[in-house]
Design a protein around this ligand. Structure first.
Ligand code: NAD
Length: 373
């Protein structure tokens, strides 16, 4: 298995490419053969000529690529496995928890499905972690987006014409995206507060110069992989009440609170949003997984009657497609390199490897991942 095909994304809103020319060159240097669908890199700014110069062959259609590819790579899952060869490995993000019929369709078609979100969050797999690479860019961009829509500036300014107070930013959920949002808001001069249910986060928040909001939810902790545990309805109620006042005083609230494989908790109710100041902005980065904010919408921004703007901030990394593609491509290249077997000059399907065991969902016409059988 050494023929890799980079497929052009089909979602109109997608701006990224799963492999960039520098990484194509690296893979070819290792022994892979790479083909690229014409135009795959256009949106992040890479031309067919750059891929060709890196050593890839450029094909006009996806079907041509599927015919010979052992490994198909792309950012998003396709609508169906149609056209893919039996026995081929398909590597992309997949949202497997919410796409069970699609997973079954891949199993039925005999396509081996790798879901990149399922790569275990271990130290050795860190460089393959698309969740982290994309979330850090999304967290950065959430602040840039909010700053561009806010009717005030971020830093404090003392001038002969008057003193401007700093913008107040509240970040709820301080994982990878939340940490970048805090760092970016601090760099721009805002006064930043943050909350997360995982106690380990407090030190990280403080080290960025932000204030950690203390809310007593009882014993919390985190899962082995560093994820949050799901709250009880009573705990969510305590959290909402404790946060309401901070939201009311904030110019920007960025929510990133997610619980892996489950619906995101609803943390800002309509009543809480109604108490916020006119001109304030909420960005709900969990909008696609259920939403942290009541009424947020992934398709459109909503300007409420009280002048609060609610932005459904899904996949904000798509606004910085160059860096997002470079990082996504780096993750895929690390994955393909890890399983390269120099002796057989091939990708080695090693199900004894904990990384592949964690992310290989289907094989031999069956769903093989323990979480989905
Ligand atoms: P995520 O996207 O699943 O969740 C975002 C944040 O929301 C998390 O910090 C979570 O604790 C928080 N959250 C959940 N419910 C909440 C609530 N009710 N109120 C407030 N916050 C809530 O998580 P993520 O950003 O992908 O990663 C979380 C953590 O995983 C990281 O901070 C890190 O510790 C760990 N991690 C480890 C590795 C590794 O070891 N390779 C890689 C990446 C992340």
């Amino acid at each position: 298995m050494n023929k890799v095909f980079l497929c052009k994304e089909t979602l109109p809103e997608e701006t990224r490419a799963a492999l960039v020319p520098a990484d194509v060159k690296q893979l070819i240097g290792m022994g892979y053969e790479v083909a690229v669908q014409s135009g795959a890199g256009t949106k992040p700014g890479y031309t067919d000529a750059e891929y060709a110069a890196a050593g890839a062959s450029v094909l006009q259609t996806a079907d041509e690529g599927f015919l010979s590819a052992d490994i198909v790579v792309r950012v998003n899952k396709p609508a169906s496995p149609d056209g893919l060869r039996e026995g081929a490995l398909h590597v992309s993000s997949f949202d497997v928890f919410n796409e069970k019929p699609a997973v079954q369709a891949f199993a039925d078609a005999g396509v081996r499905l790798v879901s990149l979100e399922m790569i275990p969050r271990t130290t050795i797999a860190q460089k393959m972690d698309i969740l982290s690479s994309q979330a850090s860019l999304a967290g950065y961009y959430a602040v840039i987006l909010a700053a561009s829509r806010l009717p005030k500036i971020f830093p404090m300014m003392m001038t002969p014409s008057g003193t401007i107070s700093p913008a107040r930013v509240f970040v709820i959920g301080v994982g990878v995206a939340g940490l970048q949002a805090i760092a970016t808001a601090k760099r721009l001069g805002a006064r930043v507060e943050a909350f997360d249910t995982r106690p380990v986060v407090e030190e990280q928040v403080k080290s960025l110069g932000a204030k950690f909001v203390k809310i007593d939810l009882g014993e919390m902790g985190q899962t082995e992989q560093g994820y949050a545990k799901e709250l009880t309805p009573e705990q969510i109620d305590i959290q909402r009440k404790a946060q309401a006042k901070i939201c009311a005083q904030s110019d920007i609230v960025i929510t990133t609170a997610k619980v892996f494989g489950r619906k995101a908790p609803l943390l800002l109710t309509k009543d809480m949003v109604a108490q916020m100041k006119p001109g304030s902005i909420i960005i709900d980065m969990a909008v696609k997984t259920g939403g942290n904010v009541e009424g947020s919408n992934p398709e459109k921004d909503i300007l409420l009657g009280n002048g609060v703007l609610v932005i459904g901030g899904d996949s904000l990394e798509r606004f910085v497609p160059r860096d997002a593609s470079n990082m996504f491509s780096g993750n895929i290249t690390a994955f393909l390199s890890h399983f390269w077997d120099a002796e057989s000059k091939s990708f080695k399907i090693d199900t004894g490897d904990e990384i592949l065991r964690g992310c290989l969902i289907t094989s031999e016409k069956k769903i093989i991942h323990e979480k989905f059988i």
